[in-house]
Design a protein around this ligand. Structure first.
Ligand code: GTP
Ligand code: MG
Length: 342
């Protein structure tokens, strides 16, 4: 159904503008909002907000129980974003799933930021090569985003993929043509939207802004299909240090994750977050490292992968937790031109 705000109860032109400005640019976006949230971000009273949400739910056909068959049909529509490392794609059951959160956690230098950079490129590839022909949002909390690295990764793509992705964008030339390569790199960088988060509140705000950005591009040729948050936890960890603050930290992190999962569902996008590990010398059993964020994060991120260093440029990726996949490991290398098979 076409999105017509003024068909909703109590929505005149001024309210419609406010709703759009707050990022509510589809029935689905309104349908999954809470009335409190709606009235908080506009001048609408809670009563009207509740009526708007209710009407949007009907228009969007959201909120009813569904049969297992219907759920299966939806599951079949879930996209899988290729990492372009076969062993890792296989471990993930075909790639990183849309409509859920995938968490990569590991120690310093284990490759978390490299993976997020890599996905900002693979998401843009044509579907035949495991991409979504989509754009990327990168929420950068540690000042790690490097355009030069994107440049390396693009130029390092196999010739066949380069030629196909040039054709996909109407860039004349092939992998041997330097001008065409330069144009391709610029084209790819134009489709990565980076924002630096200065603190945890800013990070939460950026996730909300990402919703607006994704809405703006939703019905264009290049919709937003991956949202990377690198790192999800660093600011929260630095700001909430005392034991007494732990509950508040978890609550805020939980809200943030909730925003992200909603974004993923609305736009059929993959959300990929990174998380450091906390060295815990007191742990005598099992792995002496554990991810920051505790249990809440463990439950919200649907798929969790643990990265650890091996010899040289080798990295071992262990699938730790996924609802529908067996646990297992894959090996990859971090090279000059991005991630590669062992
Ligand atoms: P923290 O953010 O510090 O927790 O680490 P991280 O897990 O994000 O590590 P990151 O993804 O930055 O990986 C760092 C590793 O990638 C380095 O140890 C390098 O081995 C490798 N790496 C990063 N940039 C390059 C590059 O330009 N060329 C090559 N060959 N390797 C690189
Ligand atoms: Mg990093």
């Amino acid at each position: 159904m076409a999105f017509e705000l003024d068909r909703l109860p109590g929505v005149g032109p001024a309210t419609a503008d406010q709703l759009l400005a707050a990022g509510f640019n589809s029935y689905e976006a309104l349908a999954v909002a809470s009335p409190g949230e709606l009235s908080h971000s506009t001048d609408i009273g809670e009563g009207t907000a509740a009526a708007i949400v209710h009407a949007a739910r009907e228009a969007a056909n959201i909120g009813d129980f569904e049969t297992g068959t219907a759920v299966r049909r939806q599951r079949e529509q879930i996209g899988k974003l290729s990492v372009l490392v076969d062993e890792l794609d296989e471990l993930l059951g075909g790639g990183i799933e849309t409509r859920s959160i995938t968490e990569f956690y590991g120690a310093f230098g284990s490759g978390k930021s490299q993976i997020t950079h890599h996905l900002c490129v693979t998401v843009q590839l044509p579907e035949t090569y495991g991409g979504f022909h989509g754009r990327a949002v990168f929420i950068d909390t540690e000042d790690t985003f490097r355009p030069e690295r994107i440049d390396d990764i693009v130029r390092g793509l196999p010739d066949e993929v380069l030629t196909a992705t040039m054709a996909d964008r109407g860039i004349e030339g092939d992998a041997t043509d330097d001008t065409a390569l330069d144009r391709l790199v610029a084209h790819v960088l134009d489709r990565i939207h980076v924002a630096k988060a200065f603190n945890s509140n800013h990070q939460i705000l950026l996730a909300e802004q990402a919703r607006e950005l994704a809405g703006d591009y939703a019905s264009t040729e290049w919709p937003v299909r991956v949202i990377c948050v690198d790192s999800l936890t660093a600011h929260f960890r630095a700001e909430y240090v005392g034991r007494g603050e732990l509950a508040e930290r978890q609550q805020k992190l939980n809200t943030h994750l909730h925003d992200l999962i909603r974004l993923a569902n609305l736009h059929d996008a993959a959300v990929v977050v990174t998380n450091q590990v906390l060295s815990n010398p007191d742990a005598f059993f099992g792995d002496p490292t554990r991810p920051i964020g505790g249990h809440i994060l463990g439950h919200s991120s649907t798929v969790r992968l643990y990265l650890r260093k091996s010899k040289g440029d080798k990295r071992i990726v262990r699938l730790v937790d996924a609802p529908n996949l067996p646990n297992g490991e894959a090996v990859m290398r971090i090279t000059e031109v991005g991630l590669r098979p062992e």
